[in-house]
Design a protein around this ligand. Sequence first.
Ligand SMILES: *Cc1c(COP(=O)(O)O)cnc(C)c1O
Length: 375
Amino acid sequence: MTRIPFNKPYLHGRELVYIAQAVASGKISGDGMFTRKCHQFFEQRWGFPKTLMTTSCTDALEMCALLLDIREGDEVIVPSFTFVSTANAFVLRGARLVFADSEPDNPNLDPRGLEALITPRTRAIVVVHYAGVACDMDPILTLAASRGIVVVEDAAQAIDSYYKSRPLGSLGTLATFSFHETKNVIAGEGGLLVINNPQLTERAEIIREKGTNRSAFFRGEVDKYGWVDIGSSFLPSDIVSAYLYAQLEVLDAIQLRRKALWQRYWDNLAPALPAKGVKLPVVPAWASNNGHMFYLVCESLAQRSVLIEALKKEGIDAVFHYQSLHRSRYYAARHDGRELPNCDRFADCLVRLPFFYELQDADVDRICGTVLAAL
Ligand SMILES: *Cc1c(COP(=O)(O)O)cnc(C)c1O
């Protein structure tokens, strides 16, 4: 019985060649040849006006909070069902979090509850496209625009995914992506900031370069560079970008395979699971599926525990996901006390099945067989 891990990083072909090229070029610090190639790729492929590679999606989110001048007393609306970084980035600047609940049938932020969360102090709404599936952006963008609130997309899982044919990452004022080893295209640790409002571009470059205007200096726009604003070191080594660029070059092949794996899970499980009280992932009509993740929603925490245990016995690593941030040890006492029942249900009942590029069809069949036998 071979073990099936939940995730496995992989080489597609040219990663090590490009890393060697980066070293041979004599420059492996930030903004080298491969970082430029990555920026070009993102800007050409999805029409993003400006992109900046970062050391992680977490750092890209922290850059968003800095760029938006989030400060003490500001309120930021975030989903409670998300990774800590979505929230932490704004808490670091002194913001108070106002948590939004998930939709009833999928973990994304429910726009229906949103207006009631807005106060005169609301500065930003951060949406998370869970599993690469788009939030219902039109009502969110319309509401935010009418109240002068900025929308940030945490698109960590959402590369090459779309909302009504518009690429995710192009809809908010700012957006962030992750290339952590669990995402569709990887660099170990890495991220991207997308700047859709050109007025924020210059300052984004400065914040990313330790508060200096070094980027403008290297373009010859200023004759010396110095300390002009706050900032930190948010740019990755060119080695990270070299690894990533090798994956971007074969993005279509990666996506094709991941979508095929997703479909195989679906075909195996969709006929049998509803009768057992287990729900399949929901992809609303407005959203595309980028093959980021395959998850199930059990009818109870107990049923999920049985399932995870049964898979573990067969050497298969299935894992649950986020625990509600409004109940977290750090934030529970600061939360305003509202119940967020949909979020709590996904925290208790959602389980993710192994999903990575090198997963074999036979592995998927074995996993599904074990799932069906366990329930
Ligand atoms: C992975 C992930 C992050 C964090 O990405 P890093 O690159 O690891 O910092 C943030 N938000 C969401 C929704 C994620 O899935």
